[in-house]
Design a protein around this ligand. Structure first.
Ligand SMILES: [Zn+2]
Length: 349
């Protein structure tokens, strides 16, 4: 899912998203409720009509953004009080309000409200947030709005095996439509992420519901996660790095701001079918970035989203024809310098 935090996947129109092969996008409860507000979007016909996207939308519950506010929030058993990053005003999110906002937005998949914590915190704090997440999961389900809106639960528990297992058991026992793995890609190591996904994958082995790994989306991470049974991803990485001139290709990451690219008449990636690669050279993109022309951001974004979604289609195909290991080896080799690219805050705008 390309991320449309502010009711737009930055620099892309809905037509661009369809052309890129996007099947579903993500909208953001925290940002949209502060501005323009969920009530206004509801009055204007819901999020699909507001942003003119006719495909499915998943909305997050706001838990991740509230976590990112650090010193601007206060958590209690009932919910979270926080200060708006826009104007300093005070707001409150509870499981009930997070579900109400998502019902007003009219998304197709709503996320339960959870408490995310830094996995490096003392175990007792990680456990406390996890238990609160379980209570909030039940409250989120109890207030689900429209019956046609699916609701996914979120597994927490940091990188502690015992806590993760407890969380899988608590969340999967509830009648959610899908199961999300939260609390990863927040500063843990790649090995810790893989080990945590191993734990979750084993514990969910007989559960038929779709599995969503939240906030992960670097090329190599897709392989780590798909190998462990993950079906769905979201991340701002492809769009955010594009705006800095970093484009992803089968040969790895290419920086369009490098001097050498100014004379390169080849497309970004000869195998990519996007508008940028069909019509323009790397040299032209390099010029647009140096001249700070707006088209640079759009073309680079269109490329990265198209290439990323094509990679996932190839990944899916590789599972069917047995070439998964070969495809992964090529991508790992191409992106070997980028293995740690998606740590910390990589997936929050
Ligand atoms: Zn392209």
């Amino acid at each position: 899912m390309p991320v449309g935090t502010q009711a737009t996947v930055k620099a892309m129109t809905p037509g661009d998203l369809h052309a890129a092969g996007a099947q579903m996008i993500l909208g953001n409860t925290y940002h949209l409720n502060l501005r323009p507000t969920a009530e206004r979007i509801a009055r204007l016909g819901g999020l699909h009509r507001f942003m003119a996207w006719d495909g499915p939308i998943l909305t997050d519950s706001g838990g991740f953004q509230v976590f990112s506010l650090a010193d601007l929030r206060r958590v209690d058993d009932d919910g979270v009080t926080f200060t708006s990053h826009l104007d300093g005003s005070t707001h409150r999110l509870t499981p009930e309000r997070a579900m109400e906002i998502q019902a007003l937005l009219g998304s197709d998949i709503a996320m339960a409200f959870d408490q995310l914590v830094d996995p490096a915190l003392p175990r007792v704090q990680v456990a406390e947030a996890m238990e609160r997440t379980h209570r909030w999961a039940a409250r989120s389900l109890a207030t689900r709005g429209r019956p046609e809106q699916a609701v996914f639960g979120i597994i927490q528990g940091g990188v502690d095996t015992e806590l993760r297992l407890a969380s899988v058991s608590a969340i999967s026992a509830l009648p959610f439509d899908g199961i999300a793995v939260g609390g990863l890609s927040v500063g843990e190591s790649k090995a810790e992420m893989a080990a945590t996904l191993d734990t979750v994958a084993d514990a969910l082995a007989d559960d038929p519901r779709p599995r969503y790994l939240m906030g992960v989306g670097s090329p190599v991470d897709f392989f780590t996660a798909v190998e462990r049974g993950i079906d769905l991803f979201d991340c701002v990485l492809p769009t955010r790095v594009a705006r800095t001139g970093q484009v992803w290709t089968d040969a790895g990451r290419l920086n369009l701001r490098n001097a050498a690219v100014q004379d390169d008449s080849e497309p970004i990636d000869a195998g990519c079918a996007c508008e940028a690669c069909r019509n323009h050279s790397r040299a032209y993109l390099a010029h647009l970035f140096r001249a700070r022309e707006l088209l640079a951001y759009r073309l680079a974004t269109v490329h990265n989203v198209t290439w990323t979604l094509a990679l996932l289609r190839r990944l899916r195909g590789s599972l069917l024809d047995g070439s998964f290991t070969e495809l992964r080896a090529g991508i790992v080799q191409a992106f070997r310098r980028d293995v740690d690219v998606s740590g910390a805050d990589a997936c929050d705008e």
